[in-house]
Structures are given as structure tokens and as C-alpha cells.
Design a protein around this ligand. Structure first.
Ligand code: ADP
Length: 322
């Protein structure tokens, strides 16, 4: 039994007012253990990292310094094009702040667990407090806290959304209570991610005190990511080739870059055809710029210029600066 399992057992035994099955489901499916992400695994995004340190990591590690005017935010939103590292950042925050990481996607809440979802939401928040410091990471938050559609929301979805907002408010009130509040509630933060920030309900949007734009990677960031990816691979790319690649990958997201490098790494194997089966490993040729050029014909950026403009406009209007 791991330390976590031992702790979980004691906590589960003493939990009151929470559905036991829901609590178990949360512990099995929602709490992420192992496979840690650290700051240095994420290329670039310095502004976002600094903002996350100030909003979450430092307050969690030095609660004594963050009270009164410096009281930490209870919610932070990461928004931007898909594949730009939002999930990685959330995982790194959990690792670097020694927090328990509860990760749930809105679509699984509103579809997979339909019917049971309210219980699950309650169990989620109760466990997050019991396991504090905790990060509740909600991916695709727009589908949970979305704007009401014209013909009204699905009744079940509306109930889940309300339960989530109620639980979240309780957390805020508990943290702000007298005697410096409930110290466990103080160390639970809702961190949410979305590719569709304009889809979030206005009231819900205001609860995210910090709204951090996670843009497409700058050339320097793409360079760092490419170098890192290629460092595990035999390759013949020289500095000029890297410069060429930076030009060719303008507009690529982090996950587009990963997809491109994976595809290019297949180049030397593809060129062997069936000889692949008999060629010794050390005779496989290094990956070269031609492999990348060939892969660029099929691996294309997932966000277009228009899409990008929409993010930038939303960021101007609603994003936190810095
Ligand atoms: P998002 O949550 O923004 O959609 P993810 O964090 O899930 O994106 O990133 C998807 C994948 O893209 C990651 O698993 C990683 O391989 C790659 N990736 C994206 N951004 C970065 C980055 N800044 N540094 C390193 N890898 C990245």
C-alpha cells in the first residue's frame, strides 16, 4: 500500500455526508498519481508559469505569507488554442506545489456520470478539502459552465452546473470565514482550461479572478521544444536546419510540434520499407530535414489565423495582464 492509499483509507473512513461510491470513483478515476510533470518539461510559457507560481504555488507552500490582502485566488482560468500546454501547466502546478491533483473533464461530468454527477461534484469538493492542498483541474470548462442555449439547458446539465457553483462558493466562503477561515478550504483551487473561453457564462467567468492566456508558442519556445524532442533521437539536423524548421512551423501549437517530430522520426523507418525487419538498429539513418519537410505535407497547424484573432480579442477584453 502506498502512502497515498493509506491516507485515502483513513480519510474515507472519516468522511461524512458524501456518497461512498462517488468518493471511491473520485479517488480511482479523478485523482492523478505518478507520471509527474515539472516546470522544466514545459517549453517557454514563462509569463504563465510566473502567474501560476504567484497565484497557486507560493500561497500553497507559504500560506503564512498569503493572507489578508494577499489572500490567494480560489479560481484561475487558462485559455487559448488547443495543444498549447494548458493541461501540462496544470499538472506541473500540482507537482510543484505538492498538491493532490484532481483532474476531470467537463464532458465526462456531463455525459459519463450523468445522473450521478451531482453526488460526484459534492464528493470532489469534499475530498479536495480532505486532501488539501489540492488542485481541482477542470478541462473544457466551457461545457460545464457554458452559457444557456436558446432553447434552455438540459435539466441534468443545469443541475450539475449549479452544484458545481454552489460547492465552489462554499469553498470561497469557508476560506473567508472568521478565525482566518477553514485552512483546508484555503488550500483548494479550481484551475480550469478551455479552448472556447467565449462560451463561458458571464457570472461563472467573473469567478475566475485570474484569466491567463496561453498563446501559441513563440519561435524561441518552438526551438526549445524541438531541441528537447530531438535530443532523444539520432538526427543530423544542424543549426541552419533548426532555423528553417522554425520558419516552417510558424503557427504550430505545442502538440502540433510534437505530432510533427513524431511523424518525422518515422521517416528513416519508412524509407526502409520491408527492409526494416532485417536492418540492425545502429544502421538506421539519422532523422534529417527532408523527413520534416515530408511530414509537413500532412501535419498542419490546428489553429488558423482567424481562430487566433478570436483568442487575442477575448484576451484583450477579459484576460488578466501579465
Ligand atoms: P492543452 O491542454 O492546451 O490542449 P496539452 O497540455 O494537453 O495542451 O498539450 C498537448 C501535448 O502537446 C503535450 O502532451 C505535449 O506533448 C505538447 N506540448 C504542448 N505545449 C507544450 C510545451 N509548451 N512544451 C512542451 N510540450 C508541449
Amino acid at each position: 500500500m502506498t502512502d497515498f492509499d493509506r491516507r485515502a483509507k483513513t480519510i474515507l473512513k472519516n468522511l461524512r455526508g458524501v456518497d461512498e461510491n462517488a468518493a471511491k470513483q473520485i479517488l480511482n478515476d479523478v485523482v492523478i498519481k505518478g507520471d509527474e510533470v515539472h516546470w522544466e518539461d514545459i517549453a517557454g510559457l514563462d509569463a504563465a508559469k510566473n502567474s501560476l507560481k504567484e497565484t497557486v504555488v507560493y500561497p500553497f507552500l507559504r500560506p503564512d505569507l498569503f493572507s489578508g490582502l494577499r489572500e490567494p485566488a480560489r479560481g484561475m482560468l487558462l485559455f487559448g488554442p488547443p495543444g498549447t500546454g494548458k493541461t501540462m501547466l496544470a499538472r506541473a502546478v500540482a507537482t510543484e506545489s505538492n498538491s493532490t491533483f484532481f483532474s476531470i473533464s467537463s464532458s465526462s461530468l456531463t455525459s459519463k456520470f450523468l445522473g450521478e454527477s451531482e453526488k460526484l461534484v459534492r464528493a470532489l469538493f469534499t475530498l479536495a478539502k480532505a486532501f488539501a492542498p489540492s488542485i481541482i483541474f477542470v478541462d473544457e470548462i466551457d461545457s460545464l459552465l457554458g452559457q444557456r442555449s436558446e432553447n434552455g439547458e438540459h435539466e441534468a446539465t443545469r443541475r450539475i452546473k449549479n452544484e458545481f457553483l454552489v460547492q465552489w462558493s462554499d469553498l470561497q466562503h469557508a476560506a473567508a470565514g472568521k478565525d482566518h477561515g477553514d485552512s483546508d478550504a484555503l488550500r483548494v483551487l479550481v484551475l480550469a482550461a478551455t479552448n472556447l473561453p467565449w462560451g463561458i457564462d458571464e457570472a461563472a467567468r467573473r469567478r475566475f479572478v485570474r484569466r491567463q492566456y496561453i498563446p501559441l508558442p513563440e519561435p524561441e519556445t518552438r526551438k526549445a521544444q524541438l531541441s528537447k524532442l530531438m535530443s532523444h533521437q539520432k538526427h543530423g539536423l544542424n543549426p541552419e536546419d533548426f532555423d528553417t524548421l522554425l520558419e516552417l512551423t510558424d503557427g504550430f501549437s505545442g502538440s502540433d510540434i510534437t505530432a510533427l517530430a513524431k511523424d518525422a522520426a518515422m521517416g528513416p523507418l519508412r524509407s526502409l520499407g520491408d527492409k526494416l525487419l532485417v536492418t540492425p538498429r545502429d544502421e538506421i539513418r539519422p532523422v534529417n530535414i527532408e523527413d520534416f519537410k515530408a511530414s509537413l505535407k500532412t501535419v498542419r497547424p490546428s489553429v488558423g489565423k482567424d481562430g487566433l484573432k478570436q483568442f487575442e480579442e477575448w484576451s484583450q477584453e477579459f484576460g488578466s495582464s501579465g
